[in-house]
Design a protein around this ligand. Structure first.
Ligand SMILES: [Zn+2]
Length: 346
């Protein structure tokens, strides 16, 4: 496994430093599995931070104004939620503890469930707890098992959370989605094909090797919670990115009760850290495929997004959006030092 990188310099006469000649270091890193490149430009971190922080007044107003008639609030849910056909979910709507799953009104995949994350409309980022997240992942697992019975060709799925409009969510009430399809999502397709190629070339599972190496190195490794390994990627694709992989499980359908709890716990830990840094929004994705777990393990990726405020700076500009190239403002080794306390017993 190769952790490939090189550093280049950009030279400029900086007006903020009396037009002295400045050399800025730009590190290129390449993902050890997919070989996707990432730029690490720590010089920009302080400059952009103020643009990415949210504003409490805007957030409170957003929750207040969206509360009236919210389709995901308990008092409106029965009347307004779409229902699955009876061959998929007999009752039309699946309830598990405090979460409810029903079809997305405008489907993004052949099978697309919205999973409402509890009854609290105005859930702040720091208030997400592992109990509700664990129930939501369990609901996704039950949904996926029901879908597989109706259509065994649905092999690819993702449990995603978009929290706040700056992360792409159009509904304020916190919710997740299960997307399930016979066609793999592009990122999933890349991860599966790269994992398979690694296994064929090396005779070993990439994910097992990666977690062993990261554990030994220690500088990006967070914790093992049950069978779930938490770490930071060597070449992050997104800001403040944390990842997890579930040992020897390829699909959400295969997760045990303990696995869902350990995924939920790591998510809660990460969100507590984000909250402590003033981060206001996030995207998370638990990707999954019916594949041979000798080469492919399901996993989770979570990253921060800009907080909500009237004029915010979107972090997806032309470099990632048009050129499909990533840039982060902090090396994962530095970020890891700050997150790690949230993964040790507190
Ligand atoms: Zn609501």
């Amino acid at each position: 496994m190769r952790f490939k990188s090189f550093t280049k310099k950009a030279r400029l006469h900086n007006p903020l430093k009396n037009f002295e000649l400045e050399e800025q270091h730009i590190e290129y890193r390449f993902d050890p599995l997919t070989e996707e490149s990432t730029l690490i430009t720590p010089g920009r971190a302080e400059y952009v931070k103020k643009f990415f922080l949210g504003d409490d007044n805007t957030l409170n107003r957003f929750f207040e104004e969206s509360k009236v008639g919210c389709p995901f609030c308990e008092e409106n849910l029965e009347a307004r939620a779409a229902r699955f056909p009876a061959d998929v979910v007999e009752e039309g709507l699946l309830r598990l503890g405090d979460v409810a799953a029903f079809p997305s009104l405008f489907a993004h995949a052949e099978y697309n469930a919205v999973i409402v994350l509890g009854k609290k409309h105005d859930l702040k980022l720091g208030e997400f707890n592992s109990s509700i997240l664990s129930q939501a992942i369990s609901a996704a697992k039950i949904m996926l098992q029901k879908i597989s019975k109706v259509n065994p060709d649905v092999k690819y799925s993702a449990f995603v959370i978009n929290y706040l409009p700056t992360a792409g969510s159009s509904v304020a009430h916190p919710h997740a989605q299960l997307l399930a399809s016979t066609t793999p999502f592009n990122r999933l397709k890349l991860l599966i094909s790269s994992s398979r190629r690694y296994f064929e070339e090396q005779g070993k599972c990439f994910w097992q090797t990666l977690t062993e190496i990261e554990k030994n190195l220690g500088e990006r490794y967070l914790a093992k919670l049950g069978s779930v390994e938490w770490y930071l990627p060597y070449a992050p694709l997104r800001q403040n990115e944390v990842r997890a992989t579930v040992s020897w499980k390829s699909s959400i359908s295969d997760l045990s009760e303990e696995d869902t709890q350990h995924i939920a716990k790591g998510l809660e830990n990460t969100l507590k850290f984000y909250s402590s840094e003033g981060i206001g929004a996030f995207n998370a994705c638990l990707y999954s495929a019916q594949e041979d777990s000798n080469h492919f393990w399901c996993g989770l990726e979570i990253a921060s997004r800009p907080g909500l405020k009237p004029l915010y700076l979107n972090d997806v500009w032309s470099l990632p959006f048009m050129l499909n190239s990533s840039e982060v403002f902090e090396a994962p080794e530095a970020l890891c030092k700050r997150i790690k306390p949230y993964f040790t017993d507190r």
